[in-house]
Design a protein around this ligand. Structure first.
Ligand code: NAD
Length: 269
């Protein structure tokens, strides 16, 4: 895709799932990739290996580079250190992908405040902190850039039993729009993607059980869960110059999940 070659991208939570696929895809498009991980250096190294292997046969020749950066996105000092490290290595940061996310399940009236704070801190505060540091850098270099928030269909679909997750993604939608409006004139585009059910570790409760997966997929108009690579393709598009006139949008990649699937068949006259 146009405009990605030679850019630098920071992807949070990139040691698994959608984040890993995004790092691999952006590297194949010619981006240097900074791979943030929280706990698993080996898994993050695997992301880098896959990214480099797919990007080019001879890493030195193709020039794409990778960097592993440990850090908790909800911790301000970690985020500042992380963005500084990317700039120290690559000289700039052009694309931020706010991918790190967690969820917990509980009836809403039983959520402990610690659990509530933890989900909001990672999913929303973390995304804001990373965006803040990236925007500061872009403004200081008078540089255009792109921020892509990995939201969810639950940005717009309420999700009982997952209140903190649901409201974190609802908040992320507003984060996308507000930052997009505030920094449009400086050439900083801010968009999101809203994945539907995707086969990744966050969903191992159903991806590792064929019967449960079939049940999940029965609710999806296209009849199947999505893949991390399908999410990564949309991120590459939004980060590229092909999306140069798109800002403030969340693109749902969900096999039709946000189309009110209950209306597939007429149930009222
Ligand atoms: P995943 O569990 O594989 O990925 C989440 C990543 O975030 C992990 O690598 C984890 O280590 C990292 N992470 C968690 N807390 C962190 C922290 N404090 N600092 C840094 N990294 C941290 O699951 P995934 O499905 O790949 O999720 C990626 C994103 O996609 C999440 O934001 C999730 O909400 C979103 N999403 C996933 C689905 C789905 O069905 N899989 C659907 C909609 C949205």
């Amino acid at each position: 895709m146009q405009g990605l070659q030679g850019k630098t991208a920071l992807i949070t939570g990139a040691s698994s799932g959608i984040g890993q696929a995004i790092a691999v895809r952006l590297a194949t498009e010619g981006c240097n990739v900074a791979i943030n991980y929280r706990k698993s250096p080996d898994a993050a190294a695997e992301t880098a290996k896959q990214a480099m292997e797919k990007a080019c046969r001879d890493v030195e020749q193709c020039g794409v580079r990778s960097q592993l950066i440990q850090g908790d996105v909800s911790a301000e000092a970690d985020v500042i250190r992380m963005v500084d490290a990317v700039i120290a290595k690559f000289g700039s940061l052009d694309i931020l992908v706010n991918n790190a996310g967690i969820q917990t399940e509980s009836p809403s009236h039983e959520i402990t405040i610690d659990s509530f704070d933890q989900v909001l801190n990672v999913n929303l505060r973390g995304a804001y902190l990373c965006a803040r540091e990236t925007i500061k850098h872009l403004l200081s270099q008078n540089r255009a850039g792109s921020i892509i928030n990995i939201s969810s269909v639950h940005e717009v679909i309420p999700r009982p039993q997952y209140l903190s997750y649901s409201i974190s993604k609802g908040g992320m939608g507003n984060l996308t729009k507000t930052l997009a409006l505030e920094y449009a004139a400086q050439g900083i585009r801010v968009n999101g993607i809203g994945p539907g059910a995707t086969v990744t570790p966050i969903n191992e409760s159903w991806t590792e059980d064929a019967e449960k997966q079939a049940k999940v997929e029965s609710h999806i108009p296209m009849g199947r869960a999505g893949t991390p690579e399908e999410m990564a393709a949309a991120v590459a598009f939004l980060g590229s110059d092909e999306a140069a006139y798109i800002t403030g949008q969340t693109l749902y990649i969900d096999g039709g999940l946000t189309l009110y699937a209950d209306f597939r068949e007429a149930w009222s006259a």
